[in-house]
Ligand binder design. Structure first.
Ligand SMILES: [Zn+2]
Length: 342
């Protein structure tokens, strides 16, 4: 028998965990993917090939040559034209599966407008590159009852957690165990297998949830390092905190209020944006100097560190305050901030 388009999902339907009924549920689902860099590309491709009903990707960046080693939806042409990632990704995704409703949105999602995008989603997949965005997502998820799946990777390691509102721990409950500050893909580099492994953990959970097989969800925080050959899974059911401000008894959703965000201000007439972290810090500038040395010219003394990279000069102060010289655009400044400081 010759196969045709109607057979597209036959192998997935034959899989005992999904079946025809699960496939039909999946076909009615709406998935939102925040970020379409390396992880977002892998997540979006899997969800579109699997036949989710609607897949929306949101990203503010453009495709660059250094993305092509791991961001599997993009081509050399996209990098040459510096196409917005959301546009290039949506184009590619739609050509992979024309029956899925694909939407690409070029935007810098902030706490002020995240709800516009999350409303109506059955599931949110995290492919952002910073912890601030994840904590906002975690609060929105708890407040509006939308599950989300955390995923992060740098170097050869990755981590993932499925957060279902009302069940188990949320990301805020685990904050003390996670040590979110520190390395990013721009400072530690990254290899493609770490991306694919993280995406596999996220999309397997996504397929379970969207095909109605909640009982199969993992229930653990997984982390791995493919170079150091480590793999850890922690049962999170006992880590749920009764006093968690996001999912506990008295919820305040602190990351939805402005006070917990890096505050951004354009310094008039100076082509400079200032970013202040939510809490003052005590940074070791020498340590940061070593970490950032590969990315440009670094100079520091005990008062300030300066990194020259491309068209920008970034000044870091011991209290965590950052000045980005060379732009008036807060979005560009925030992107640089997250690139180097997580
Ligand atoms: Zn919590």
């Amino acid at each position: 028998m010759i196969e045709g388009p109607k057979d597209r999902y036959s192998r997935q339907e034959r899989f005992y965990g999904i079946g025809q009924e699960g496939q039909q549920k999946l076909a009615r689902s709406k998935v939102l993917i925040l970020g379409v860099g390396a992880l977002g590309s892998a997540l979006a491709e899997t969800m579109v090939r699997a036949g989710a009903g609607q897949v929306t990707v949101i990203d503010r960046d453009v495709v660059e040559w250094s993305n092509l080693q791991r961001q599997n939806l993009f081509s050399e042409q996209d990098a040459e034209q510096r196409l917005p990632k959301a546009v290039a990704a949506a184009r590619r995704l739609q050509s992979v599966n024309s029956s899925v409703k694909v939407e690409g949105i070029v935007a810098d999602v902030t706490v002020d407008d995240i709800e516009e995008y999350t409303r109506g989603s059955d599931l949110i997949l995290d492919a952002t590159d910073n912890f601030e965005a994840r904590m906002i997502l975690n609060d929105i998820s708890a407040r509006d009852g939308i599950p989300w799946i955390y995923g992060g990777c740098t170097g050869s390691s990755g981590i993932s957690l499925t957060v279902v509102p009302g069940e188990g721990a949320c990301l805020h409950c685990l904050l003390d165990e996670l040590h979110p500050e520190g390395e990013t893909c721009d400072t530690a580099g990254i290899i493609q297998p770490a991306v694919q492994m993280t995406a596999a953990y996220q999309t397997a959970e996504a397929l379970k949830w969207l095909s109605g097989r909640q009982h199969a969800l993992r229930g653990t925080l997984v982390s791995f390092d493919l170079w150091e050959n480590r793999h850890v899974a922690v049962d999170t059911s006992k880590l749920k905190r009764a006093d968690c401000p996001t999912c506990g008894k008295e919820r305040t959703f602190p990351f939805l209020s402005a006070s917990s965000h890096p505050r951004t201000a354009v310094l008039c007439g100076r082509d400079t944006v200032q970013i202040r972290p939510p809490k003052a810090q005590k940074l070791d500038l020498a340590e940061w100097g070593r970490r950032l040395a590969a990315y440009g010219q670094v100079d520091f003394n005990s008062y300030t560190l300066s990194l020259r990279t491309g068209d920008y000069r970034i000044a870091l102060f011991p209290d965590g305050r950052v000045l980005v010289h060379g732009t008036n655009d807060t979005g560009t400044a925030r992107a640089l901030y997250h690139r180097y400081f997580g």
